[in-house]
Design a protein around this ligand. Sequence first.
Ligand code: UGA
Length: 446
Amino acid sequence: MKIGIMGTGYVGLVHGAVLAGNGFQVTCMDVDADKIKRLTDGITPLYEPGLDELLERGIREGTLSFTTSAKEVIQSSDVIFIAVGTPAKDDGSANLAYVHEVAQAIGKYANGYKVVVSKSTVPVGTNRTIARYLDGALKSRHAPFRLDVASNPEFLRQGKAVGDSRSPSRVVIGTESEQAKRMLQAVYETHIREDVPFLYTNLETAEMIKYASNSFLAVKISFVNELALLSEKVGADIGDIAAGMGLDERISPHFLQAGPGYGGSCFPKDTQALVDIGRRNGEELHIVRAAMTANEKQKSRMVAKIAEQLSFDGTLKGKTIAVWGLSFKPETDDIRDAPSYAVINGLLSRGAAVKAYCPQGMKQAQRQWTELNGLVTYCESEADCAQNADAIVLMTEWEQFREISWDILAKSMRGNAFFDLRNMFAEHPRVRRLFRYYPVGSSELA
Ligand code: UGA
């Protein structure tokens, strides 16, 4: 079975590289010629642990290739995965332009039976529309074969994508075609753990499962974040509350980590899109909307808290703040919708001087947050960033922050406030002794 992957974002690349590593002949296609050239030369365009090695191996063993030609991939593949981006439009709805381009190319170039599998997160009904479109395109060409469509949402987490693709929590396949079901099962069974459950359903349900899962996780985070704000006021501790809740297996301990708000390319976009799908269908999704509002509030409350602790009047003029971690979570260079962006802007607008350091996210920040260039000083290391600062604001829980020489660092600072927005050092006696330590969701100071 030959595999084609349309789109070389992290989902497409990881999926393609993992399948190539399992002996499938995989061709990845992207319209970005420069990216395809770099990939062909073995240069990975994004930071994802384990991906470099997989790509290198696929290229070396000849199982993985790259092209800008949609025609070539479509005609040479039995299964075509659509993994192009579906960014949010200004009104919150998903932009399907790239998905449509791929569908059009498939309708035009398909030269025999193929399964067209949607991995991109698309609004409910999109795959049905693609199926109808492809039927129509084949009819108008008098093509003597059919194409089957399946929705196969992706549940990979950035930073853990390679491991997740071998060990997913579940494989969801939405299709009405038995042949498509069998072919997709054969694709997955080569590389996933034996006990991973498969769920077969229709196109619309598979599409909804993806939105429902991401939105539910976003709701869970916003719920715990609101409780964290309340805990600070009433003298409770959110870490213990989450632990106490999580011991009930109906609740589960996962995604109960309070912080500065969720970010990334998925939760903000998918919650917005689900609310938009609801609106279009006459159903207001109050809970998802509330999670989104709480997430915005969380970011601004973090800024307000920092300002309240560092000054009497809420302004931060004359203060230098070291921001550690720009990516929306550790082990990725992705800064899309990262809470650090809102927090940095909030600090700047209150007059602070901002220094920033991130193990992987700085190049992207300089490239994408162009309006901040000149306003933020990007630093070489955590220590460089903290030097002469009045406060540290830890935005992302990178493991390397645990290796810091705290005594030296504390001495190099002008002030000694430490806002740990991920509660990474809540149990660290040295950090708590050296700094005025402000965790999230607990009123006690060191
Ligand atoms: C998320 C989902 O977890 C994946 O299952 C899904 O496949 C993916 O979106 C997607 O749709 O492509 P991802 O965006 O990589 O994965 O990151 P998560 O690990 O889910 O974290 C999202 C955000 O929530 C981060 O900003 C993280 O810091 C925050 N978070 C997460 C918390 O604030 N608290 C938690 O307890 C967990």
